[in-house]
Design a protein around this ligand. Structure first.
Ligand SMILES: [Zn+2]
Length: 328
């Protein structure tokens, strides 16, 4: 069937790239609601297809009992590690689809070259860890409504917030997972769609699981960088406040300059540590001394319509491997 499609594509004179990519792909990027079930089955299918380059493990469970994963592409025992986190905000679930497609793209091209460099030689030196879905509960709310919350008491509490489920950003307990990190954390907001920092710093199981995973990775080697995917705005956070070490600053600068070149996204001013108030990027930069950039994909309101995926893909497909190349 694949061969037939390819021949048809060539015969009809259209570029075969689209057909080839589609016919051979596990991760579907053509529909709006890339959901938890599909994500789980794609993870299993990717590992089955690429057992030599890809491994994944459960790093914890979300507040409402969904699994969180670290997917390692490349050599898990490498001395250097790059981390990519997506979907810390529920309605930004297009970033799960994007990172899952990036995982597949790297595996597919493992024996080839990207940017004239062998993918395999970069991945011998650097393990790329993807956490493709950091807020699976919130994603289920954004995709299917509050009925998707398994816990009856949290389901009722979240319904009572009166917020829209579609534009929900928080987890199943109404905590904003990008405001719950242990850096200049202070109480703020109330349980709901967005902005609530939680009852205490790192109170949420999703944040705890990622911190624990980062600790484990750090024991294995050096974390050379972290890429955080959000949506929307076609913007980029890469500047550092004066408190960053010179090494973190220079590496973060290299990371954002490359990301800017590939995506064309607009660079935003930095936050000071004191105004970070629980934000993840500042936590990684100043508490963990990890070079870190944030990319906001898509040009219209979240959930970003899937019609924008081709443009997001063109700009972002090479980001993880190219960042690994410059940092390795
Ligand atoms: Zn976000």
């Amino acid at each position: 069937m694949k061969k037939l499609l390819l021949i048809l594509a060539i015969l009809s004179g259209i570029t075969c790239y689209g057909l080839q990519a589609h016919a051979a792909s596990i991760v579907s990027t053509g529909h709006q609601k890339y959901n938890y079930k599909e994500y789980l089955s794609d993870l299993a299918a990717l590992q089955k297809k690429y057992p030599d380059y890809l491994q994944y493990k459960v790093i914890g469970s979300s507040a409402d009992g969904r699994k969180l994963h670290d997917v390692v592409v490349g050599n898990p025992d490498a001395k250097k590690h790059l981390i990519v986190i997506a979907n810390l905000h529920a309605r930004e679930y297009i970033t799960t689809q994007l990172t899952m497609a990036q995982i597949e793209y790297i595996c597919k091209n493992y024996k080839k070259k990207i940017n004239k460099k062998k993918v395999s030689s970069t991945l011998d030196k650097v393990a790329i860890h993807f956490i493709p879905s950091a807020d699976p509960d919130g994603t289920a709310i954004s995709q299917y409504g509050f009925g998707a919350i398994r816990s009856k008491s949290w389901r009722n509490k979240m319904k009572r917030t009166g917020a829209s489920s579609t534009t929900w950003k928080a987890n199943a307990r109404g905590v904003d997972l990008n405001r719950n990190w242990p850096i200049s954390w202070a109480a703020g907001g109330s349980r709901g769609a967005m902005g609530y920092r939680g009852p205490s710093a790192a109170s949420e199981p999703e944040v705890k699981a990622i911190i624990k995973d980062v600790n484990k990775i750090q024991k294995k080697g050096k974390i050379i960088g972290l890429i955080s995917y959000h949506s929307m705005g076609c913007i980029l956070y890469g500047r550092c406040a004066s408190q960053a070490t010179s090494s973190v600053r220079s590496k973060t600068t290299r990371m954002y300059q490359l990301a800017q070149k590939l995506t064309g996204y607009r660079l935003m001013p930095t936050e000071s540590i004191s105004s970070a108030k629980g934000c993840s990027r500042e936590y990684f930069l100043y508490k963990r001394h990890i070079p870190c950039i944030t990319l906001e994909v898509g040009s219209s309101a979240s959930p970003v319509p899937i019609s924008q995926f081709p443009s997001i893909w063109r700009k972002n497909k090479d980001i993880p491997i190219r960042e690994a190349q410059i940092l390795s």
